[in-house]
Design a protein around this ligand. Sequence first.
Ligand SMILES: [Zn+2]
Length: 133
Amino acid sequence: MLEKYLAGENVVSYCTKCKLNLDHAIVAMEGEAIAKVKCKTCNGTHKFRNPSAVKKVRTPRKKVGSQDTVAVLWQTCISQSKGKELIYNMAGRYRVGDILLHDKFGKGVVRKLAMNKCHVLFEDKERLMASAN
Ligand SMILES: [Zn+2]
């Protein structure tokens, strides 16, 4: 679904001065994209900033939306896990509940085992990791 915008129309943009998502009027278009907007609160003109895109930029390493749930689940699993803490190795054998330490993804909890693989929940998401199971 492509929404078409025209200069002069209202759009919600992140205001760089007010530091809030506010109503703006479109000042200039660049093809189909909004190039410049004018803030109705401070009257400042600046580049259009998609409110949802801004969120991601402002929290590059923290999770947004559904990923919050993964982090919460991960926290819970780590704290409830009674498994051993092991350095992850693709030739290792693991059990459900083991905590794996991965040099890139950090701490993960084994959630499920599969043929030569295990599902490991890391803080940002679940990954299918090679193992010797
Ligand atoms: Zn403003």
